[in-house]
Design a protein around this ligand. Structure first.
Ligand SMILES: [Ca+2]
Ligand SMILES: [Ca+2]
Ligand SMILES: [Ca+2]
Ligand SMILES: [Ca+2]
Length: 309
């Protein structure tokens, strides 16, 4: 009898535990569901970015770093000097962001395209003006402009601004260090939808920049690698379809698959047509430019033409 009394209670307890677990899981799922992108920008971030620009002024120090402070009456406010561009959201059709940016210097070095890889230093703030990261010229980092990764986070809102800059002039100093002068220098005010959005950004020492906060990014464009695979064809010309994305052009994909070589997009492939003659050597006229050699006259340069080598 005792067992019969006990048995249903075990079932009830089991059922309650199962329900509790399900409720907890459901709550966790709800907690981790990213916010609505349009609502986040229009109701929470658009005004906070505009207010920062409206209430703050700036100075630029001798190392070309910007410093923000609240604007006193009569002082130049950021909103009076910034430019803006419209950048569409990548995930939410019909959502357009206004990206404000301040170009502090054009730069007098090489032009930069979205297909290039740049050496850059940077500073990161949130939209309250709290500074989180500062990388000086002695600790620069590399990024492919198309991906615009900073601190492991794709900040695609930076892409169209970097695309407008030139690099600096490179100097080797007597003490073995290098320095850069007259580099491209811009500050970008980024909605989180064009940066980290629902992810926080780890900055080391258990500190992080929170999710769902607009960012301010200052970027010094120091140096550019315009021919990643050193095949004498500039990165921008390896973007065959001309859409600004160097990753979706791979002329010899079929050959790479056939020989199990792994897929390499043209900008990172020293043999673009897979005919086993390096692109830089498909240069019969010997002028150092493989793009102007078309031996069989079919309109396809030899380095992209597996029939000609
Ligand atoms: Ca190349
Ligand atoms: Ca390839
Ligand atoms: Ca190539
Ligand atoms: Ca060829």
């Amino acid at each position: 009898m005792k067992r019969l009394w006990f048995f249903p209670h075990i079932l009830i307890i089991f059922f309650l535990l199962l329900t509790a677990t399900n409720c907890k899981k459901k709550k966790e799922d709800e907690e981790y569901k990213p916010r609505d992108r349009k609502e986040q920008y229009l109701q929470h971030e658009k005004d906070s970015i505009f207010n920062f620009l409206r209430t703050h002024t700036y100075i630029v120090d001798y190392e070309q770093n910007i410093h923000f402070s609240e604007a006193a009456p009569g002082q130049t406010r950021l909103i009076d000097v910034v430019d803006s561009i419209i950048v569409p959201d990548t995930a939410y059709e019909g959502l357009d962001y206004t990206v404000y940016y301040l170009k502090l210097n054009q730069g007098s070095g090489d032009t930069i395209t979205t297909c290039d890889i740049i050496l850059y230093s940077y500073t990161l703030w949130d939209i309250t003006g709290k500074q989180y990261v500062y990388k000086d010229h002695q600790h620069p980092e590399w990024m492919t402009v198309y991906l615009s990764n900073v601190k492991g986070v794709q900040m695609i809102g930076l892409r169209p601004v970097i695309d407008k800059l030139n690099t600096g002039i490179y100097h080797e100093n007597n003490d073995g260090t290098v320095s850069f002068s007259d580099f491209g220098n811009a500050v970008v005010f980024l909605p989180s939808g064009l940066a980290q959005f629902e992810n926080s950004i780890s900055i080391g020492n258990d500190d992080y920049i929170p999710a769902y906060t607009p960012l301010i990014v200052q970027l010094h464009a120091l140096y550019v690698n315009t021919d990643l695979d050193e095949d004498h064809v500039p990165n921008v010309l390896e973007d065959i379809n001309g859409n600004g994305n160097p990753y979706d052009d791979n002329t010899d994909k079929e050959k790479e698959d056939e020989y199990n070589l792994g897929n390499r997009p043209n900008f990172n492939d020293p043999d673009d047509d897979g005919d086993f003659l390096p692109t830089k050597d498909e240069d019969p006229n010997g002028n150092g430019d493989p793009t102007d050699d078309d031996t069989d006259g079919d309109g396809v340069p030899d380095y992209l033409d597996a029939d000609t080598h």
